[in-house]
Each structure stands twice: as structure tokens, then as C-alpha cells.
Design a protein around this ligand. Structure first.
Ligand SMILES: Cc1cc2nc3c(=O)[nH]c(=O)nc-3n(C[C@H](O)[C@H](O)[C@H](O)COP(=O)(O)OP(=O)(O)OC[C@H]3O[C@@H](n4cnc5c(N)ncnc54)[C@H](O)[C@@H]3O)c2cc1C
Ligand SMILES: NC(=O)c1ccc[n+]([C@@H]2O[C@H](COP(=O)([O-])OP(=O)(O)OC[C@H]3O[C@@H](n4cnc5c(N)ncnc54)[C@H](O)[C@@H]3O)[C@@H](O)[C@H]2O)c1
Length: 500
């Protein structure tokens, strides 16, 4: 029966971590984690810290998952290299011609990326090793609900059993058959890291987070970028005013947007690529980045043998404890869908293991998860948006601080940044924090902590921040919100200066 162990087994010897075939090896664990991305790593280490025997299975050359090898870490390191070498963030201070390097090559960019990837893989290997979590090399597939086989380097599958499983296999770029990917002129977000040179023009298909982050980077490098998005707006889950500010900044870097336009085909010709839209428009470019969604990597896992199934996008359904329909099998990270972030994936992994081994966790993984988008400039938020609150008839006031009025903003040469607080008009609680500009993804956490502790706007009004800092924007925005609330109170003759 699914979820029930039929016979106890004694643990066998350690598995063949190096991939040498050991057919007779019979290994039993308390927990097997499939996938070593952020979700899998934290699930395995959490189990080990609770005193259980855990192992991680990972395909060769992918230790650290998409996060370290092709996703978060390379893209964020590339962004840092782009910002440094182009001198973009310094141009307000030193003039539009300012550059650290004139002709930026792929070698200039990838040197930094390779260095960081290597270092991060080393950190992960070390963390697993010191927690006695074996890293088993190969691709896992279920044989039955308590057994997986891991293909070895020599093709001889190695069976491994466990009481419990955590599936953390992540996603890969969706690749429609109508698009002729060749790795150089038509690429997905994995292949873009291997371009031979910085293209002069690029079409980015899909204005999701991946599309907008890479559009920002290539535009900063001087590539003429056109973004095609089938929806009327991009990143519609973010604050509208901030998205408008981002579009303005990207247009300033010569990015063209084609919203409400679907891509019919992407053609490869001797002279370059042609992106053909449903509307009949044709956009020529040297390179096309196809970044229109991702697909769960469940197809090679034989989850049917474990009694599970995936949806059309390869995703596995879970309950609030990350348990699948088969009670001893959990699924975490990108393979369960939204929000599909490294940050959230790690926490899901830890929670799944705690639940599996009966350890208490805090409340539900709820609304206070920050979103960080590393566009240029960057965006981050936590909590609700103005649109959501308006739809739900929640009365709120807005407090805004602009970096151009902060001493730190002037020192950094950031005149466009802003921080916006959404404050409940009656309880004065903080309902949302939206940040645009330098350090947005760091700053958001101040608001997250205040919200997590149920803090009100008055806490921020009364707080003293280091000067000159961008964090000071919290106080400025809080004062702005309180001033507006006081103005309303004056009109109604009912001054309410503090939460009751
Ligand atoms: C370009 C890009 C930029 C991103 N930027 C950010 C960002 O800035 N911030 C952020 O929070 N998130 C970002 N993300 C998302 C983030 O990378 C993912 O949310 C995160 O990697 C998900 O972690 P995971 O553990 O679920 O899976 P993954 O990191 O995808 O790891 C899954 C692992 O499972 C392995 N695997 C799959 N099948 C098997 C099998 N059968 N046997 C053995 N192993 C298997 C794979 O080889 C892979 O290594 C980005 C993603 C991309 C693509
Ligand atoms: N900073 C971050 O946290 C970060 C960075 C990158 C990626 N990610 C994660 O990676 C995941 C995948 O990101 P993504 O951007 O690939 O996917 P996505 O699904 O978020 O975006 C794809 C976009 O492509 C559009 N699209 C689809 N087909 C199209 C077509 N034929 N023509 C035009 N537009 C089309 C969709 O409308 C959508 O807006 C996201 O869930 C995201 O959370 C996070």
C-alpha cells in the first residue's frame, strides 16, 4: 500500500557517491531528497540536524541546482559585473560617458560568474559533508513508493530505499517545438550564459521576472532590446507605480516594449533572427532570448511508480505542509509552482523535513514573503499592493520617500529610487512596503520585520535611523503617511495621532 512500509530493513553500506557501480549495495535512509537546489539542501540539512539519516541525489554537474548553476547566482553575478563594468550607476555623478571598460566581452562578464558559482558549490558540498549528508551522483527515478533507482556513471542503476522522500527537482525552461533553439542565436535562460559575444540586438520573449532581468542587463550593455509580452502589462503582481517607473528607466536604456503581442514563431536566417508576432509584425534581431515560462522536471522521475502525478506544467500538488497525496512523500521548491523563488524554496524544504519528522514549525508560511526583482533598477516588496487593498475595500494611506531627497541618494547618485509604505487608515498597521532603486531588495526586510511583529507606522516615525542611509527612507515615508492621516483627521475634527 502506498505510504506504508511493508518490511523493516537494516541499513546497508554507504552508497557509491563517486558513481562506481555497486549493484548489491542496498541502502536505507530515513529521508531521501531528490535535487540539491535551495529546497533540497535545506530539507536534507534540517533532517540531519534533527538526528536523521538523510541523503541527497543530484545529477552530475548540477550540485546546487538551477539556483547556483544556471539561475539565481549566475544571473545576479552577471548583473553585478554589468553594473560595475558599464559604470551605469555612477553616470549621474561622473557624466553619461563614464565607463569602467569600453568594450565589455563575455570573458569579462563570465570570469566573475564562474568564480562565484565555484565558490557556492564548494560551500554546499562542505555543508552537506559536515552534516553527514551523502551526495549521491545520478538521476533518480521512483521504482515504488519507498524505493528509487539512481543511474550511475556506468548505467547500472542503484536502488535506494527510505522512509520518507522530499522531491525538490525544480524546473527547466519551457521550450516550445515552434522555436528552433540553437544555443547562440535563439537561446533560453540556461543557454544565454554561454553566448560567445554580447549581441547588438535582442528580442526578449516574455516579460516575466527572467525576461525583465536579462532585458535590463543587456540594455545596460548597449544591446538594442525589444521585449514582447502577450499580457497588457508586465510583472502585474507588483505595485503599478513602480512598474511604470521601471518601464521609464528601461525605455531610457533604449528598450522597446510590445505588450498584448504574442509570438507566433521565431525564425533563424543567415542574417540573424526574425521574431514573427501573431499581429503580423516581424522583429529582426541578432539574438532571441525565449523566456516564456518554465516546466517542472518530473518527467524523468517516474512519479507514477510512487502513486503521484504531475500537472501539464510538470508541477506536483501539495498541502500546506508540503505533503503530496502520498503521505510520506513531500514536494518543495519550484516543482510545486508559485512563488518559485530560491528564498521561499529553502524555507519550504526546512518545513517539509520538520513536518516529516514531527518537529514543530512556526505559523503557516504566509503573506510576508518578500519578492525581489533584480531588474535595473531593482524592485522589492512585501505585503499588499494598492490595487489589492482597493479591491478589498481596505482603507489605507500611502507614505512615499524619494531617494533624491535623501543625503545617501545624492551620495550614491540615485535620483529615481523611492520607497512607499501602505498604512491601514484606522489601525495604522503597515500593510505593504514597495521599494524601487538601489538596495531595494535589502531595504524591504526592515518593513518585513516591522510587519511581522505587527508594528504600526508610529514605530517608524519614532525610530532613529543611521544618517546618511537609504534606510532613513522608512522614517521619511512614515512621516508622509502620518501627515496625510493627520490632514484627514483635521478635516473630520477627530485627530488620531496614535493607534488606539
Ligand atoms: C534565470 C533565473 C534567475 C533567478 N533569479 C532568482 C532570484 O534572483 N531570486 C530568487 O529567489 N530566485 C530566483 N530564481 C528562481 C530560483 O532559482 C529557484 O526558485 C530555485 O532554484 C528553486 O530551487 P529548487 O530547489 O526548487 O530547484 P532547483 O534549483 O531547480 O534544483 C533542482 C535540482 O534537482 C535536480 N534534479 C532534477 N531531477 C532530478 C532527478 N530525477 N534526480 C536527481 N536530481 C534531479 C536538478 O539537476 C537540479 O539541480 C531564478 C531562476 C532563474 C531561472
Ligand atoms: N528575482 C527573482 O526572484 C527571479 C528571477 C528570475 C526568475 N524567477 C522565477 O523564475 C520563474 C520563471 O520566470 P519566467 O520569467 O520564465 O516565467 P513567467 O511565467 O513568470 O513569465 C513568462 C512570461 O512570458 C509571457 N509569455 C508566454 N508566452 C508568450 C508568447 N508566446 N509571446 C509573448 N509572451 C509570452 C507570459 O505572459 C509571462 O508574462 C518565475 O516564477 C520567477 O519567480 C525569480
Amino acid at each position: 500500500m502506498i505510504g506504508t512500509r511493508t518490511a523493516p530493513r537494516s541499513p546497508g553500506p554507504a552508497p557509491a557517491v563517486t558513481g562506481h557501480p555497486v549493484r548489491e549495495t542496498y541502502v536505507d535512509y530515513d529521508l531521501i531528497v531528490i535535487g540539491s537546489g535551495p529546497a533540497g539542501q535545506k530539507a536534507a540539512i534540517a533532517a540531519a540536524k534533527l538526528g536523521h539519516r538523510a541523503a541527497v541525489v543530484e545529477r552530475r554537474n548540477m550540485v546546487g541546482g538551477v539556483c547556483i548553476n544556471t539561475g539565481t547566482i549566475p544571473s545576479k553575478t552577471l548583473r553585478e559585473a554589468v553594473l560595475y563594468l558599464t559604470g551605469l550607476n555612477q553616470r549621474e555623478l561622473y557624466g553619461q560617458a563614464y565607463r569602467v571598460k569600453e568594450d565589455i566581452t563575455v570573458a569579462d562578464l563570465s570570469a566573475r560568474t564562474h568564480h562565484v558559482i565555484g565558490r557556492e558549490i564548494d560551500v554546499i558540498r562542505n555543508q552537506l559533508a559536515r552534516n553527514h549528508v551523502p551526495l549521491i551522483a545520478g538521476t533518480a527515478r521512483f521504482v515504488d513508493p519507498h524505493t528509487i533507482e539512481v543511474d550511475s556513471e556506468h548505467g547500472i542503476p542503484q536502488p535506494i530505499t527510505a522512509d520518507k522522500f522530499v522531491i525538490a527537482v525544480g524546473t527547466r525552461p519551457a521550450r516550445p517545438a515552434s522555436v528552433d533553439f540553437d544555443g547562440q542565436t535563439i537561446v533560453d535562460s540556461d543557454q544565454i550564459l554561454d553566448l560567445h559575444h554580447v549581441p547588438s540586438s535582442m528580442v526578449v520573449v516574455g516579460a516575466g521576472v527572467i525576461g525583465i532581468e536579462y532585458a535590463s542587463m543587456f540594455a545596460a550593455l548597449g544591446t538594442k532590446v525589444t521585449v514582447v509580452e502577450k499580457r497588457p502589462q508586465m510583472l502585474e503582481f507588483c505595485d503599478l507605480e513602480i512598474i511604470e517607473a521601471l518601464k521609464y528607466q528601461l525605455r531610457d536604456l533604449a528598450v522597446t516594449f510590445r505588450f498584448s503581442e504574442s509570438v507566433r514563431t521565431v525564425e533563424r536566417h543567415t542574417g540573424g533572427t526574425l521574431t514573427v508576432l501573431e499581429s503580423g509584425k516581424k522583429i529582426p534581431a541578432e539574438t532571441v532570448l525565449y523566456s516564456a515560462g518554465r516546466q517542472g522536471v518530473t518527467d524523468t522521475l517516474d512519479i507514477g511508480a510512487a502513486g503521484l502525478q504531475a500537472d501539464a506544467r510538470g508541477r506536483i500538488a501539495v498541502d500546506e505542509n508540503f505533503r503530496t497525496d502520498v503521505p510520506h512523500i513531500y514536494a518543495v521548491g519550484d516543482v510545486i509552482g508559485f512563488p518559485a523563488l530560491a528564498a521561499t524554496s529553502m524555507e519550504q524544504g526546512r518545513r517539509a523535513s520538520y513536518h516529516a519528522f514531527g518537529e514543530a514549525v512556526g505559523g503557516k508560511l504566509g503573506d510576508l514573503q518578500p519578492i525581489g526583482i533584480y531588474s535595473i533598477p531593482e524592485i522589492s516588496y512585501v505585503g499588499r499592493t494598492e490595487d489589492e487593498l482597493t479591491t478589498e475595500n481596505v482603507p489605507f494611506e500611502v507614505g512615499v520617500s524619494r531617494y533624491r531627497e535623501l543625503a545617501r541618494g545624492a551620495i550614491l547618485g540615485d535620483s529615481y529610487g523611492m520607497l512607499k509604505l501602505l498604512v491601514h487608515a484606522e489601525s495604522r498597521e503597515l500593510l505593504g512596503v514597495h521599494v524601487f532603486g538601489t538596495n531595494a531588495t535589502e531595504l524591504v526586510h526592515i518593513g518585513q520585520m516591522v510587519m511581522g511583529c505587527g508594528g504600526t507606522v508610529d514605530f517608524l516615525v519614532d525610530a532613529v535611523f543611521n544618517y546618511p542611509t537609504l534606510a532613513e527612507s522608512y522614517k521619511v515615508a512614515a512621516l508622509d503617511a502620518v501627515n496625510k492621516m493627520r490632514a484627514i483627521a483635521r478635516v473630520t475634527g477627530r485627530p488620531q495621532l496614535f493607534a488606539e
